[in-house]
Design a protein around this ligand. Structure first.
Ligand code: IMP
Length: 206
């Protein structure tokens, strides 16, 4: 089966993409499958810059078609923060903070902000490159909601217990996972990239 490398160590992101691409005859591997300590420094100034960097460096290192993706939460009342710093929002050094620490800091920063002004969106940027690192497709999509005053729900990860989809009256952590898989920023972005992924697959079969 044709396989594409998703440049992440996040196993859940790999499973999500595998499920999306299975019916197209495309398999997905992640950096966790290689266990070689390869890492990309996320020093871009935007989600798409980070995604491009991850895709190109992965493809060149592993010599295989790759997808780089970068995602995060942007809160309007905080001028777009945590944004590209989502994973390390509460960190005191250069490494990532835990989800609990990040969520606590987010609630603190929004403590005086009323519900009407707590609007936010998740975004995911992703870039597909061929085995030499040439960009074949890019996409960036969004999922809108708002930040509640306290956590609700057991599922998901990251900021999901605080992120409410207004139309469903439920946080991403409380929603049925099948719904999140359909409406999430990552699902929307990856669906847009299917034609680019299939283009590489078909070129590899020629
Ligand atoms: P990345 O792995 O560098 O893209 O990290 C993105 C960070 O953004 C994660 O560590 C989470 O804090 C946050 N994030 C991105 N997507 C989601 C999501 O679907 N749910 C919850 N948090 C997310």
């Amino acid at each position: 089966m044709f396989k594409i490398l998703l440049g992440t160590n996040n196993y859940k992101k790999g499973v999500e993409l595998s499920e999306l691409l299975l019916s197209f005859g495309v398999g997905v591997s992640t950096l966790a499958d290689f266990a070689c300590g390869f890492e990309v420094v996320e020093d871009g100034k935007s989600f798409i810059e980070n995604a491009r960097k991850k895709a190109i460096e992965c493809a060149r290192f592993f010599k295989t078609p790759s997808i780089g993706e970068d995602s995060g939460l942007c809160v309007e009342a905080l001028g777009g923060l945590p944004g590209i710093y989502s994973a390390r929002f509460a960190a005191t050094n250069n490494s990532n903070a835990t989800d609990v620490e990040n969520n606590k800091l987010l609630l603190e920063k929004l403590s005086s902000v009323p519900i009407m002004k707590r609007t936010a969106f998740y975004t995911c940027a992703a870039v597909v490159v061929d085995a030499t690192g040439v960009i074949i497709g890019e996409a960036q999509e969004y999922c809108r909601g708002r930040i509640l005053f306290e956590a609700s729900g057991e599922g998901g990860f990251g900021y999901d217990p605080l992120f409410e989809i207004i139309e469903y009256h439920k946080t991403f952590a409380a929603l049925n996972p099948a719904v999140k898989k359909t409406i999430s920023h990552r699902a929307r972005t990856m669906r847009k990239l299917i034609p680019s992924i299939l283009k590489i697959k078909n070129t590899n079969l020629e």
